[in-house]
Ligand binder design. Sequence first.
Ligand SMILES: [Cu+2]
Length: 369
Amino acid sequence: MSLPQRKGASRRHRRPLALAVLVAGLVLTACAGDDPTNLGRVVDGDVPQNSLNPAGPIADKVDSLFWLVFWMAVVIFVIVSFGLVFAILRFRERKGVTRSVRQVHGNTRLEIAWTIVPAVILAVVAVPTLSTLFEIRTAPAPEDDALEIEVIGHQWWWEFRYPEYGFTTANEMHVPMGRPVYLTLTSADVIHSFWVPRLAGKRDAVPGRTTNILFETDEEGTFIGQCAEFCGLAHADMRQRVFSHPEAEFEAWALAQAAPATLPTEGAALAGWEVFQTQCISCHAIDGTSATAQFAPNLTHFASRTSFAGATLDNTEEHLREWLRNPSSLKPMTPERNDLAAGRVLGMPDLGLTEQQITDLIAFLETLR
Ligand SMILES: [Cu+2]
């Protein structure tokens, strides 16, 4: 007889235990470090993505709104919890005490009160929410001298075009401090979402439509972001870095990016350029040369970027070598589904390059400063 009893008892204990583990698990996931270890290849760990650490006036507005609503919710939570605990204790069943409970139904005054009070609270929350929403999505006025950048989402990398300067880059965006930046977003394929938590909220990049983000940085540094709308196989490897510089430094960077590439005239780099012309120009552009295809990241100043492959790999010779040997080993992609004629490119294919060709290509890519 003792066996079924024990079983029953342990089962009874198991349910709260399972629940506790579940709750602890859910709570602890929120404590995950900022280090996206991603097979140890990514070094963004020291640059947390934290929307509660705003780095500019527009992100500040969102942050202030968050805290306002948060503290209102805390006050309501405390009041409701006290009421609940009070009712539980005050009206609990006691040994030896029989209480006759008066059943009440339809207390008009109470019903009106608990309909009106939440409605008023919501109305109060709506005022700052709507005003912030309108404020952060208003297009900048011409006298604000905003920097315009076109952002195009691709499976699975970001293209950034600077129409003011006439160049295109990928995954890494540089901006001047203290000057508003106005992004116009769209997508070449499916819906993506541009999100750099310290600078602004998320906004979808939708094919066939444009959306906008306005932000401004008041802090020099690197801001990490990632695509925030599931967009297929390598969604998790679709990140972006925003570098913010003092105006003069930014200007120097932009002018350097706008210059066409200087092609090598000798050695391994020249050999690499020759391989490039046969193997790579169907997808990649290098401004100022015969390579003009727009299916893949523009490589004109590739060596000036700190990362590649959706800002998931540090731009090192070792990573490049591995990338040119077999791109899909570093980032899950589906190049077998590429169809250039239909304008569909879902990854860089393994091109079967020899080690010599790879060495030459790396020498060439390193000249693209
Ligand atoms: Cu995406």
